[in-house]
Design a protein. Structure first.
Length: 438
């Protein structure tokens, strides 16, 4: 018996099903292809209004219901009182062998980001148990994820994206290790930001074989980091993106060792909000990670010696060094509250300009700088303009000689000026921008 046989009053953020009186409603028939075309024009991003639109689509007739019901439950927007209605639909009974909702298998994304006081730990575990067959994305709630959820989570064999960053209760890293070991399809993993002491026995962490993105936060320090660094062979070669942030006790030594263990495959790295790091702690990050394409870094952790250890920086520099330039294309410089613009060692626009001008960063195209770095003040504002001019000059040089992203024949037959006038040329143009309120 489906929930639709006992319809509940619809609330603004409910995830409803077709009322029984609408199932037999007479309406003009339209080919399924036309209905699919109509459905394709409804918002794809889960929002309250978008969900209401799909709900109305499903209420037209049985045919429209059959076409739209998968879309309605695939990525439900869960917030407020609508969450309770969703739980009653997916989990009509506490005892799974008594009543089972056929709609549970349609759920692929379970985003509980907005659930704070409406949920409970037992309900979260129950939802995971009911939706485990096809669940691909799970974002854990802040207050209603606990030890009883791990068993259900480990059975979500199709899970690809696991975000635990909002969880406020200290987790067991042993339970985490046992769970992720069974998630063979997992590609993205975000650990909680909450801090916890880790004093357990030696941790054997076997990462999922397809893991692509890893965010380390919270209590990842001391013995936990040491155990990870003792098992570098357990990291899969697919791990190309690493984020280390909001970890108050992570030291520079442990972090640099971890980067050294992961250096070869890493192409995207983000390091912010690590209060134990000091000015100059990460000056060698570009040489440790020689294949980085994108770097997000707090300026607090570098100084004017940033990049000085690059192999190519030993030479005098100049256009002939382009073949040895670092592959970095995107650089974002933020602040974490420990930067000191008045310091004699502060990393300035002129320092970055020097790396571009000497082609040590001969592929750099996109630079974003937080307004809080003070780079847009005083004489540094003029240096910012010189830095942008250097990026444009570098881009023109790479275009003319068909290097890197312009190889082998991007924009062939066009001058650089005419290339920049095209849509693709405008999209690929270098940029330097300031990020406000960071």
């Amino acid at each position: 018996m489906l929930r639709s046989e006992h319809p509940q009053p619809l609330l603004p953020y409910d995830v409803p099903v077709l009322p029984s009186h609408a199932l037999g409603r007479v309406s003009s028939y339209l080919p399924d292809e036309i209905l699919l075309e109509i459905l394709s024009h409804l918002p794809q991003t889960p929002t309250g209004q978008g969900q209401a639109d799909i709900n109305n689509f499903c209420l037209v007739s049985r045919q429209w219901y059959d076409i739209g019901i998968t879309r309605l439950y695939e990525r439900p927007y869960l917030i407020g009182s609508g969450y309770s209605q969703f739980v009653r639909t997916i989990c009509p009974s506490i005892l799974p062998h008594i009543r089972k909702s056929e709609l549970a298998s349609l759920v692929k994304t379970l985003n509980l980001r907005h659930i704070v006081h409406q949920g409970s730990k037992s309900v979260t575990a129950r939802l995971l148990g009911r939706t485990k067959a096809n669940l691909e994305v799970f974002v854990a709630p802040q207050a209603s994820f606990a030890v009883n959820c791990w068993a259900s989570l480990s059975k979500c064999s199709q899970l690809r994206y696991l975000d635990l960053s909002l969880v406020s209760e200290a987790i067991s890293y042993q339970a985490l290790a046992r769970t992720v070991r069974s998630l063979h399809e997992l590609t993205d993993l975000y650990l909680p930001r909450c801090s916890a002491d880790y004093q357990d026995a030696a941790l054997s962490m076997t990462w999922p074989p397809k893991l692509r993105h890893l965010q380390l936060s919270g209590g990842v320090h001391g013995k936990f980091m040491q155990d990870l660094n003792k098992q570098p062979e357990n990291f899969p070669p697919t791990l190309t993106q690493l984020n280390v942030s909001h970890a108050p006790k992570v030291t520079a030594a442990d972090l640099l060792e971890l980067l050294g263990n992961l250096s070869a495959p890493l192409i995207k790295l983000e390091i912010v909000n690590l209060p134990q790091l000091r000015e100059g702690s990460l000056n060698e990050v570009l040489s440790i990670c020689p294949n980085l394409v994108e770097l997000v870094l707090a300026i607090d952790y570098i100084d004017f010696g940033f990049g000085a250890s690059l192999p190519s920086s030993k030479a005098a520099g100049g256009p002939d060094l382009w073949m040895k330039s670092h592959p970095l294309q995107r650089l974002k410089l933020l602040t974490s509250g420990g930067h000191h613009p008045e310091s004699d060692f502060y990393f300035t626009p002129a320092d970055l300009w020097d790396f571009v001008d000497k082609r040590w960063l001969g592929r750099l195209r996109y630079v974003v700088v937080a307004d809080s770095t003070a780079w847009n003040e005083g004489e540094w504002a003029q240096e910012m303009q010189a830095l942008f001019d250097a990026l444009v000059t570098l881009d023109k040089e790479n275009f003319i000689h068909k290097r890197w992203h312009y190889a082998p024949d991007i924009g062939k037959g066009l001058t650089y000026l005419n290339w920049r006038k095209t849509q693709k040329g405008d999209d690929m143009a270098p940029s330097l921008s300031m990020l406000k309120w960071i």
